[in-house]
Design a protein around this ligand. Structure first.
Ligand SMILES: Cc1cc2nc3c(=O)[nH]c(=O)nc-3n(C[C@H](O)[C@H](O)[C@H](O)COP(=O)(O)OP(=O)(O)OC[C@H]3O[C@@H](n4cnc5c(N)ncnc54)[C@H](O)[C@@H]3O)c2cc1C
Length: 592
């Protein structure tokens, strides 16, 4: 059985054709970076992913991390794979050159992350969180903190964690209660964090925890939270890991999936206080942490896509091999010939390609902020990034639940039993709608901060861009039907936008009641946009050289399938948006 192959053709199509990567890099003055380099990098990542990391995925599922007297012991084989990952320079791919990074575009980082996440989500979370911590520290840390910690984090010699959640503070960060008291040139932290991913392990000589806590004079609520850097081992005068700091993993959660990713209860300061250093301004930790969370939110959307891809590859192979039909001459044929199995495979394929396009486009939008020629242009890209982020996180991870379930369905009973491995993807993907802000929180972020806060202007401009794609598609005869479906979807988006702007102020429950459905609607419309752009490119390329014909023809059919089977969902989500809050809120709590 094939373990996993990175879908190079589709990823490269998105990067080179949909994003116009070479042109983007030229405009950004990055002369050395082009599609050829991207292919070479993806090739290398794909090799490490399929040959070394992917085979460890079922191992980690069966033999997850354990807690012993020396702390957390990771799954056998992970340390060696992590060493190979570090030795090949992957942790530094998109980090700044100032700290030893390779300064590659974010979108390339997203594509490479797809490799790691499809190979083993549990493994990939460790470097993913380190990447987020590098971003937060780079943006908010003092020069001294950056010089001291970033080089070893960028090289992957040390990993990092994000310590936000406490037993009483999950979605509601205002309740964070961990404390930090000044002590000379540092702070002493006390308290407990729960659910901390890769909070401890033996793969590296140090672990850098970024921790939200309150100073003694902190105001109540989210305005009183500060961010601290707390290393597992304090550094000696030569900058090497020395004395053990007062932070320990005291237990591991047993959970539905990602068994190889240790989910730790972390105690700070049981023996006098964990030494920590303030990152950024006092009481402004949430802003600093948000740098990390926004990065992580798009990254979590990628996780949903990545597990769908792996589930799809496995289901496809099974569908080609499993014989269940008998022809009139008595010969048997595989289940891929049944229309309903094809429907399920096409649903997976079309949704995955739409998700991939959207996730990469959103990652490239972050690059465009950095590459902008003036502050106004940067602001435009930042606003678009803000709009994309909850859609990438919320829509992709919700849809991923359906797709990985189809991956099981295609296997029949063999999908439900653990032997084939399809069930692992379904279990592993379940967390993606929960961590980094639940789907409910993404919906609220989208509707509140990203739409109502700017009177729907950023959304208006996105819908105008989608309309422009639909207009361009209308010029090609064979895409006319798809173009008109995309225009209707844009109309649904416009109607929902106007409805929201009109009704949100009238009733305080409106935004909260409709936000997730609004987000799902926009997800399907954005997916339609991606597939529309893909069809347009494919049709134009087919008129030209004729190379890659089979892939391009399949793209046209896949876009048609998306229009027929997935895009209509935007219309039904519009209906739920317009239903408003009444039937959601009308029952008294006792009537449930
Ligand atoms: C495996 C795993 C790994 C994790 N990794 C980390 C990590 O590395 N670092 C870290 O700090 N945390 C981590 N978390 C914690 C994770 O981010 C939280 O579980 C998540 O933010 C939700 O918080 P909660 O569990 O307290 O749920 P709650 O906040 O109690 O939410 C329960 C339900 O209520 C809804 N809800 C809550 N508030 C609102 C609201 N205002 N409006 C609408 N609906 C609302 C939610 O959507 C959800 O459906 C991890 C969790 C798990 C399970």
């Amino acid at each position: 059985m094939t373990v996993y192959n990175f879908p190079y053709k589709d990823a490269e199509f998105v990067i080179s054709e949909l994003l116009g990567f070479d042109q983007l890099c030229r405009e950004a003055g990055l002369e050395d970076i082009n599609g050829e380099l991207v292919s070479a990098i993806l090739d290398e990542a794909g090799r490490l992913g399929s040959e070394i990391i992917a085979p460890l995925n079922p191992v980690g599922d069966q033999k997850g991390a354990t807690l012993g007297k020396d702390g957390v012991q990771e799954t056998p084989g992970f340390a060696d794979a992590y060493r190979q990952y570090v030795d090949s320079g992957w942790p530094s791919l998109i980090a700044s050159e100032a700290y030893g990074g390779q300064n590659m575009p974010k979108v390339l980082g997203a594509a490479v992350n797809e490799v790691w996440q499809s190979s083993s989500l549990a493994f990939s979370l460790c470097p993913l969180l380190t990447g987020g911590a590098i971003e937060a520290l780079s943006a908010h840390g003092s020069d001294e903190l950056k010089d001291t910690y970033l080089p070893n984090m960028v090289s992957g010699e040390w990993t990092a964690t994000m310590n936000i959640t406490e037993s009483a503070a999950g979605s509601d960060l205002a309740a964070v209660a961990c404390r930090a008291v000044p002590e000379g040139d540092h702070y002493l932290l006390t308290g407990q964090k729960i659910f901390i991913t890769w909070g401890d392990h033996q793969m590296t000589e140090n672990i850098i925890h970024l921790v939200l806590a309150r100073l003694p004079d902190a105001p109540a609520g989210v305005k009183g939270i500060s961010l601290f850097l707390v290393p597992k081992f304090l550094l000696d005068e030569n900058g090497r890991s020395g004395k053990r700091n007062d932070v320990f993993c005291v237990s591991l959660e047993r959970k539905l999936g990602i068994h190889a990713s240790p989910t730790c209860v972390m105690n700070f300061g049981e023996n006098g206080g964990a030494e920590g250093y303030l990152v950024g301004e006092p009481h402004n930790g949430l802003a600093a942490m948000f740098t990390m969370m926004n990065d992580a939110r798009q990254g979590t959307g990628m996780q949903g896509l990545s597990l769908c891809e792996r589930s799809y590859q496995q289901a496809l192979e099974y569908a080609k091999e499993r014989l269940q039909g008998t022809r009139s001459d008595g010969t048997r044929f595989p289940i891929i010939e049944f229309p309903d199995v094809r429907r399920m495979l096409m649903l997976m394929k079309a949704a995955i390609e739409a998700m991939r396009g959207l996730a990469y486009i959103a990652a490239a939008e972050i690059d465009k902020i950095h590459w902008a020629k003036d502050p106004q242009e940067a602001q435009k890209h930042a606003a678009r990034t803000g709009l994309y982020t909850p859609i990438v996180k919320g829509w992709i991870t919700e849809l991923a639940q359906e797709l990985t379930s189809l991956g099981i369905q295609i296997h029949g009973g063999m999908g439900y039993v653990e032997e084939t491995g399809s069930a692992q993807h379904y279990r592993d993907v379940r967390i993606t709608t929960i961590y980094e802000g639940t789907t409910g929180i993404q919906g609220l972020d989208l509707v509140g901060r990203k739409i109502l806060a700017n009177n729907g202007e950023v959304l208006r401009s996105l819908l105008a861009d989608i309309q422009a794609t639909a207009e361009a598609m209308s010029d090609i005869d064979e895409l006319e039907g798809q173009a008109s479906a995309l225009k209707s979807a844009v109309d649904s988006g416009r109607e929902a936008r106007l409805w929201l702007l009109e009704h949100a102020a009238q009733n305080r429950n409106i935004a909260g009641s409709i936000s997730v459905n609004f987000m799902m609607m926009l997800g399907y419309i954005c997916g339609g946009w991606v597939m529309g752009q893909s069809a347009l490119k494919a049709a134009r390329l087919l008129e030209g050289s004729g190379s890659n014909e089979s892939f391009l023809r399949a793209k046209l059919v896949t876009a048609q399938f998306y229009t027929d089977h997935l895009l209509p969902r935007a219309g039904s989500f519009l209906a739920t948006v317009k239903a408003g809050a009444y039937s959601i809120m009308a029952l008294d709590v006792e009537q449930f």
